[in-house]
Design a protein around this ligand. Structure first.
Ligand SMILES: [Zn+2]
Ligand SMILES: [Zn+2]
Length: 296
């Protein structure tokens, strides 16, 4: 008997909300002020956004004022930058200063009472394709996921994608969620590259943060997942616009494929996790979170 542990229970009881958790403004190296960046996302129909300047935390009070002006949910946070690989701090109660001891940074983030969390950013960016080495990601404890897609990394050195390191971590038994973010810097062209579709009980900061922590979301660059159902040892995924869906297991092996909008798979022997990559037109994807398998 296989037990499938996954974050997608009772999706019909929640609502899908779209958001980006990584954006810069003129407070660090972005080209536009916070109000202009927020207005741009609001105009595109986003539900939530985090302004995450380098080592500068947007506060809950600022976010409340921006939310009132824009109609979006703003999540307090920053991008921990100096001294090591970059980490997002989302749902910040107070600023966590950068330190070369990244484990201490993560501990301070997870020790706050607002339920905030840390995410490893663009692990395969920079000319060495290794902005965050896998050895560090293996050592650290307490971060909840990694950017499997970072939009701005696609026009800079290195790779925008990081599913290779994700599969290594998942195969080692680490629960890490996959995020897609813009990492907006430029005044034009850096928005709607990657986002997260969160199934939350309410359109509030607390509900969105809780759903993200629980992995109740999928990462997307254009493909929309409409349903995820688990029955006994079978997983069924339906999308609006995928042209191919790949089912993957340890360590990145593809074990099933569908050239269509849906796929149904029985979980394979020997897998400790499975996940799905949904490929659409152009360079559009959606990534489900992992489904962990235990046998009894
Ligand atoms: Zn960064
Ligand atoms: Zn950034």
């Amino acid at each position: 008997m296989v037990h499938i542990k996954h974050p997608y229970h009772d999706l019909a009881q929640g609502r899908w909300l779209r958001g980006n958790l990584h954006a810069h403004t003129t407070r660090s190296d972005g080209e536009r002020g916070p109000e202009a960046v927020i207005a741009d996302y609001a105009r595109r129909g986003y539900d939530f956004l985090a302004i995450t300047d380098h080592d500068i935390t947007t506060t809950a009070a600022e976010c409340a004022a921006w939310a009132a002006a824009s109609g979006m949910v703003l999540l307090p946070g920053n991008e921990v930058t100096a001294g090591g690989p970059h980490l997002l701090h989302i749902g910040a109660e107070r600023h966590v200063p950068a330190s070369a001891d990244r484990q201490a940074v993560i501990d301070q983030i997870t020790g706050q009472t607002t339920g905030g969390f840390a995410v490893v950013n663009h692990p395969n960016s920079h000319a060495n394709f290794d902005q965050c080495p896998i050895a560090m990601m293996r050592d650290w404890k307490g971060y909840i996921g990694i950017e499997v897609f970072n939009g701005v990394a696609g026009r800079a050195d290195g790779s925008a994608y990081a599913a290779n390191k994700w599969d290594m971590l998942l195969a080692e038994g680490r629960c890490a969620w996959g995020f897609a973010n813009d990492d907006t810097h430029a005044a034009a062209g850096d928005i709607e590259l990657g986002w997260n579709m969160v199934n939350a009980t309410a359109r509030t900061p607390a509900a969105i943060i809780a759903a993200l922590r629980a992995g109740r979301f999928f990462a997307s660059t254009g493909v929309v997942i409409e349903s995820i159902e688990v029955r006994d040892e079978t997983i069924h995924i339906a999308t609006r616009n995928a042209q191919r869906i790949n089912a993957l297991m340890n360590t990145g092996k593809r074990f099933a494929r569908s050239d269509g909008r849906t796929i149904e798979v029985r979980v394979p022997d020997g897998a400790t996790y499975v996940r799905f990559e949904c490929w659409g037109a152009g360079e559009s994807f959606a990534w489900t979170q992992p489904f962990f398998l235990t046998r009894s």
